[in-house]
Design a protein around this ligand. Structure first.
Ligand code: COA
Length: 257
């Protein structure tokens, strides 16, 4: 049914696995499209009470948006790319059924933003988090500038986004990004155990609690601003250089234009 996802339902829990392990599960257009459809199914299917989003393989949850799709995009196409990601990740964040990220390795860029859009995060002890977009002459474009601030606070978000540095799972837990750290082999079983506790509660109460928590201090303006700023990066030489350098496996040379 899906080209880039594995989706299974067991004990009322829907497990959505992003399945491009050779590209560290990078989110290309197909992944984003299919993720949107899989989340629609979580909303619609009465058999599903909650969901897990995870990545295929032992190395990565999701290593970001697919950089190979960035080349040649105009400013407007950059904004459209961000808007599509915003729409899907908003749907995850505002799902009336809990959606938990089981982070099993690298969660970078769009992967970190995907995990942040989930209702909470349980991670394996080899997980790593980061928003490395500045290395590409870019900024986070799937809600990262807004959601990371809400979780870690303004100053820490500034430091993480401006340096682009990767943090260990222990550091991520210290900042409140990760709720619990588990050995890789036990990760999915532990997330299912937590979801079974929630699934035993009243679904309306669960949905209403999610809605209320999500209502805390959310403004659309910041997200809209990010869409525009992300698109603006695509009009720069530095972004073209950053993406080309990554794909050519060399260091970028930025000129500030
Ligand atoms: N987009 C497209 N392809 C990606 C990718 C991404 N975000 N992240 C990894 N890949 C691809 C690599 O190009 C490589 O493909 P290839 O085998 O065809 O050359 C494959 O996945 C394996 O990645 P590789 O870089 O060889 O693994 P590594 O263990 O040496 O490094 C990372 C792992 C995560 C540190 C490194 O892949 C990386 O920095 N990825 C990009 C992270 C990023 O900038 N994300 C934000 C994007 S906006």
């Amino acid at each position: 049914m899906y080209e880039t996802l594995l989706v299974e339902i067991e004990n009322n829990i829907c497990t959505i696995t992003i399945n491009r392990p050779d590209k560290l599960n990078a989110i290309n257009k197909t992944v984003m499209e299919e993720l949107g459809k899989a989340v629609d199914e979580v909303y619609r299917n009465n058999e599903i009470k909650s969901a897990i989003i995870t990545g295929s393989g032992v190395k990565a949850f999701v290593a970001g948006a697919d950089i190979s799709e960035f080349q040649g995009l105009t400013k407007e196409q950059g904004s459209a790319l961000a808007q599509k990601g915003h729409d899907v990740f908003f749907k995850i964040e505002h799902s009336p059924k809990p959606i938990v990220a089981a982070v099993n390795g690298f969660a970078l860029g769009g992967g970190c933003e995907l995990a942040l859009a989930c209702h909470f995060i349980i991670a394996s002890d080899n997980a790593k988090f980061g928003q490395p977009e500045v290395n590409l002459g870019l900024i986070p474009g799937y809600g990262g500038t807004q959601r990371l601030v809400q979780i870690v606070g303004k100053n820490r978000a500034m430091e993480l986004i401006l340096t682009g540095r990767m943090v260990s799972v222990q550091e991520a837990q210290q900042y409140g990004i990760v709720n619990e750290v588990i050995a890789p082999r036990d990760l999915l079983a532990r997330v299912k155990e937590v979801l079974e506790v929630i699934n035993a509660k009243g679904p309306v109460a669960v949905a209403n609690a999610i809605g209320c928590i999500n209502h805390f201090d959310h403004t659309k303006a910041g997200y809209d601003y990010e869409v525009q700023q992300f698109g603006d990066c695509f009009a720069t030489e530095d972004m073209k250089e950053g993406a080309a350098a990554f794909l050519e496996k060399r260091k970028p040379v930025f000129i500030g234009k």
